[in-house]
Design a protein around this ligand. Structure first.
Ligand code: DON
Length: 575
């Protein structure tokens, strides 16, 4: 059956002259069980089919990867309301082929000026999660519109009108609700019904749940997107949209003011860069913890021949777990917004430090997280997300992760403006020693301060070989994002999987505390027994670990994959 499929695939591809005429045939691994989508003309992969095709259409019109990514980002704000957004924030990595340069764009939310360190503590001094997650004050100043338009203006070729047109059309004319969207809305029903505006926007006109197969229009969102298309950042951060956001805050408890919106700034940062077995890994620097710990973990793991240990073997998973445990311990202490706290990035990514961590790992026994402390010796005084990737025929690449934090953010929509507010303030450490929604611990480095950006785990990453991009990857998943992206890269580099296999393979996750090794279905029982015997506390992962949206390339072809763990995504090709 597989042989027949492969013959058919070759025959089909050979009908396309661009492919048959190319120097190298597309790499189709006869042993692989999962195959990526293949293109020569560029590709966009996202978690939602319509948004992927919006990006692919932009490529077909002659737009570059940045144009396509920005169009996809705005389209997801319409078609994937649980994570696509204009009321949240995120990070974008852009690789420019001609200049051989990778840029990191930080459009993370910022704490409003009125935010204070103890703003989420109740009278007894305990964290009040309802306030940090489900209130208007849970919202940081949104960064998405500024971030996407900054990318477009600096590195794209098209106008805001051009890249926003498809998103406006999807909001205005509506689109047909898919099964994954209907399911997602059903699961969020209670939360969305608590807010007046959200109960208008995310339900059918008769107030019932939106049903699969029905058309869903979002008129207020279309009007907001039109203001952005016409006036650029001013269309969101000033004027009518800003007024609507401020009015929403005044409905109770919100902190975001007109000045906060006018003061929002995108920051271009140097990506963190590591070398791993001859590949260069470029990823997101703080205020994401993703890139730093990805490189730190790769540095530790490079000291072992992982491929000889075997994929998902006991010996491999033990090393992986112990490495993750140590990286997340460091995360709790040293990571925060670098504009407010001196994050020791180069020391965390130092190879000698990695060697020290590796040497501290007992290859026969699990360590206990209680015995592992953040490891750098520093003087005391120093102090439902979604990913998409775009690749154009010239080799420009975008790897973007953005979020409202939870699915549907705080569940509170801006009345009159048609979009949801993030609850990213919960990513701060509201109180040292009290875990946030993802069980993550933090302290001073990630304490709340006016104007500060909450620490993130989002890890948009581009892997390069000899200066040329070979993989763009990233995932949602809160605290698990970093370990999900790590395993995706290890599967490609150490275990020589194609990007589809690398994405499908079962994953594990450990984050120091809770001291628990989570595993997905598909890891063999005797591997798990082996890990248990070494002293690991194992727990099946209740749902899934991540939803990778990745593109790989061999220079001639792009190979795209949307994670099979979740329906509705697509690798849309531009040819
Ligand atoms: O920035 C972060 O790390 C979190 N706000 C991401 C949240 C997330 O991935 C939820 N999606 N599954």
């Amino acid at each position: 059956m597989k042989q027949v499929f492969l013959k058919w695939l070759f025959a089909t591809l050979c009908l396309i002259p661009a492919i048959c005429g190319a120097a190298e045939p597309p790499i189709i691994d006869q042993k692989a069980r999962f195959h990526p989508v293949i293109s020569t003309g560029g590709m966009v992969v996202s978690q939602e089919r319509l948004a992927s095709s919006v990006g692919a259409d932009i490529l077909k019109q002659g737009g570059n990867a940045v144009d396509a990514a920005v169009a996809t980002g705005f389209a997801l704000a319409v078609t994937l309301p649980q994570a696509g957004n204009i009321g949240g924030g995120g990070f974008m990595l852009v690789h420019l082929a001609e200049e051989q340069r990778t840029i990191a764009i930080d459009y993370r939310e910022m704490a409003p000026a009125a935010a204070t360190q103890n703003m989420f503590l109740d009278k007894g001094g305990d964290v009040d999660p309802a306030s940090s997650r489900f209130s208007r004050r849970a919202a940081g100043v949104p960064g998405t519109v500024a971030g996407l338009l900054h990318a477009l203006n600096a590195y794209g070729t098209m106008t805001p009108e051009q890249v926003l047109a498809p998103a406006i059309a999807l909001a205005d004319k509506g689109f047909v609700v898919t099964r994954p969207l209907a399911y997602s809305l059903r699961r969020a029903e209670q939360r969305l019904r608590r807010d007046n505006a959200a109960s208008r926007y995310f339900f059918a006109p008769d107030g019932n749940l939106l049903q699969r197969g029905t058309r869903w229009r979002q008129a207020d969102l279309a009007a907001t997107l039109r203001r952005i298309a016409g006036k650029g950042v001013e269309g969101f951060y000033r004027g009518k949209t800003a007024e609507l956001i401020v009015a929403e805050m005044q409905q109770g408890g919100g902190l975001i003011t007109r000045e906060d919106l006018a003061n929002y700034r995108v920051v271009e940062r140097q990506p963190v860069v590591g070398e791993y077995r001859g590949y260069t890994v470029a990823s997101m620097p703080p205020p994401s913890s993703g890139g730093v710990h990805l490189v730190q973990m790769l540095n530790v793991l490079e000291g072992w021949d992982l491929s000889a240990l075997g994929h998902n073997s006991t010996a491999y998973l033990h090393r992986l777990t112990e490495t993750m445990r140590r990286a997340y311990a460091d995360r709790s202490k040293y990571l925060g917004d670098p504009d407010f706290y001196p994050v020791p990035v180069s020391r965390l990514m130092d190879r000698e430090y990695a060697t020290r961590l590796r040497q501290g790992i007992d290859l026969r026994r699990a360590s206990r997280s209680a015995d592992i402390a953040p490891g750098l010796e520093l003087p005391e005084e120093s102090p439902q997300t979604t990913h998409f990737s775009a690749w154009d025929r010239d080799g420009n690449v975008v790897s973007n992760t953005y979020t409202l934090n939870f699915s549907y953010g705080s569940g509170i929509a801006v009345a009159g403006a048609g979009f949801l507010l993030n609850n990213e303030m919960d990513d701060f450490s509201a109180k040292p020693g009290t875990p946030n929604a993802y069980g993550l611990l933090g302290g001073e480095a990630n304490a709340i301060q006016a104007g500060k950006r909450p620490l993130s785990s989002m890890t948009p990453t581009i892997v390069l070989k000899n200066g040329k991009p070979v993989l763009a990857t990233g995932s949602p998943g809160g605290s698990t994002i970093i370990t999900v992206v790590l395993q995706n890269i290890l599967n490609v580099i150490d275990f020589h999987m194609n990007v589809a296999e690398a994405t499908a393979a079962p994953r594990i996750h450990h984050q120091w505390f809770p001291d628990r090794l989570n595993y997905e279905a598909g890891i063999s029982p005797d591997t798990l027994d082996g890990l248990r015997e070494m002293g690991h506390e194992l727990a099946p992962q209740p749902r899934i670990l991540g939803k990778i949206q990745a593109i790989a390339s061999d220079g001639n072809y792009q190979y795209g994959v949307t994670d099979s763990r979740w329906p509705g995504g697509e690798a849309a090709v531009a040819e």
